[in-house]
Design a binder for this molecule. Structure first.
Ligand code: AMP
Length: 442
């Protein structure tokens, strides 16, 4: 069977690895960079922008692809799923219309409002800056200011973290409208939710979801959650599928919200097929929706896919065929810690084209996992680009074991100009999260 994976990041590296556990698969790849991990696994590959739908289609037809799996959000936004499906290629990813849950934050919020889905923070959208101030004032300046469209996870700014006061919020809202950040001269202003964030990913067949273990990502660049937002610096998950600061009912609340969103999309005649991702905030008032994505998270895919006990290709077909309810999906009951290696200056101004040396066999020997992201390979050497470089994952019986293994793995990566958030998954940071949640819940 020929499976095409679109995308060349660490998320796609782990997707490819998981797909290849099915021995009947021949793997094909379209990616914009030369991801060394994917290059090695693929029967054949094409270096191409993932959003160039005509070229991706041409390649898929030429290779006689049976199943396509799309990793990143940008090709979903330009309707790659729709185009491939029209050519009779099976695609395990949402259509352009279904992917609006991620590509159009306003549409997503309205969907939740219309279907009375729980967890919706107070929000309004504006095109006229003169009307923004009174709404921000009504929330005492405690707001998140968001572009409507995609910004690679870097367009959202939050009061207290990235600006302060009503004026700071208004200034950023003005910048979004004026510069059409996220593609539109429109801004979403939302109540700031206070609590601990968690990610819940689920498989969806358009009607039913199957939720995966919960994960906590770390968006901020610097230790102790300081600095600008990034695509994600690392993440962890626990052996019981929950997180140290959450109860089972919080997990179930998140899963219910995802189920209700999938039902709403089906009702809107754009059923959601593929992995769906909920970013939630656990607050004093329960679970709030921060954002919904139409794909696996990056890094979060690296926490869950290595634990999957089923054949992933089979699950992909169950999603496409609407038969997920007949599957017993299982995840290994282990903890995971994932830490990204990024170029120095990432999030501000990355040091590009810097060499990184990776001792792959040493990492493998100690049992840690390595996933390449936005690096390029030239003459058998690995070089940084402006984005995240690679990730190391440790798996263990508990968080401390997983964290130690991840750190052991990271010792085998050298570079003069690299940066890692070593505090991710450490006892100190986890304790802080638990205390924070206790304080919020009284
Ligand atoms: P997003 O790109 O929507 O995931 O937002 C990036 C980050 O901004 C999230 O991971 C949160 O940490 C933060 N954020 C977004 N919306 C809110 C909100 N309403 N309240 C508090 N923090 C938020």
């Amino acid at each position: 069977m020929k499976v095409l994976v679109i995308g060349g990041g660490a998320r796609e590296h782990v997707i490819c690895e998981t797909i290849l556990k099915n021995e009947s698969v021949k793997l094909y790849s379209v990616m914009h960079n030369r991801n060394p991990g994917i290059l090695r696994m693929a029967e054949d590959f094409k270096i191409e922008k993932e959003t160039n739908v005509e070229k991706v289609l041409e390649y898929a037809v030429e290779k006689g692809i049976d199943l396509a799996v799309i990793g990143p959000e940008a090709p979903l936004q330009v309707g790659l799923t729709d185009v491939l499906e029209k050519a009779d290629i099976t695609v395990c990813a949402p259509t352009r219309d279904a992917a609006r849950i991620e590509t159009n934050k306003e549409w997503m919020r309205e969907l939740m409002r219309r279907y009375r889905i729980p967890g919706l923070p107070k929000y309004e959208t504006f095109t006229d800056i003169s009307k923004v101030k009174s709404f921000i004032e009504s929330l005492d300046g405690e707001v998140a200011v968001k572009p409507i469209g995609l910004t690679g996870g870097k367009g959202v700014k939050v009061a207290g973290d990235h600006f302060s006061g009503v004026d700071g919020a208004v200034r950023y809202a003005e910048e979004i409208i004026k510069n059409k950040i996220g593609g539109e001269a429109k801004v979403l202003i939302e109540e700031k939710c206070i609590g601990e964030e968690f990610t819940l990913q689920a498989f969806s067949d358009g009607r039913t979801i199957f939720p995966m273990p919960a994960v906590q990502d770390h968006k901020r660049l610097l230790p102790d959650d300081k600095g600008p937002n990034t695509g994600g610096m690392g993440s962890y998950s626990c052996e019981n599928g929950l997180l140290p600061f959450m109860e089972r009912c919080d997990y179930e609340e998140g899963a219910l919200i995802l189920q209700r969103i999938v039902e709403a999309l089906s009702h809107e005649e754009c059923p959601f097929v593929g992995p769906i991702y909920g970013q939630f905030m656990l607050t004093a008032d329960g679970v709030k929706v921060i954002e919904i994505n139409a794909r696996f998270g990056d890094p979060e895919a690296m926490n869950v896919l290595p634990l999957l006990q089923n054949d992933f290709v089979d699950i992909c077909y169950s999603m496409v065929e609407g038969k997920l309810n007949r599957k017993k999906v299982e995840f290994l009951e282990k903890a995971t810690v994932c830490k990204y290696v990024v170029p120095e200056g990432y999030g501000v101004r990355s040091m590009e084209n810097e060499p990184i040396s990776v001792d792959e066999s040493a990492i493998k020997n100690i049992g840690a996992l390595l996933y390449y992201a936005s690096v390029n390979m030239k003459n058998e050497k690995i070089y940084t680009t402006s984005s995240r470089s690679l990730a190391v994952v440790g798996i263990g019986n508990n968080l401390s074991e997983a964290e130690m293994l991840c750190e052991e793995g990271l010792k085998h990566i050298q570079g003069e100009h690299i940066f890692i958030r070593h505090d991710i998954g450490t006892e100190k940071l986890i304790e802080k999260r638990i205390l924070h949640m206790k304080k919020i819940r009284g």
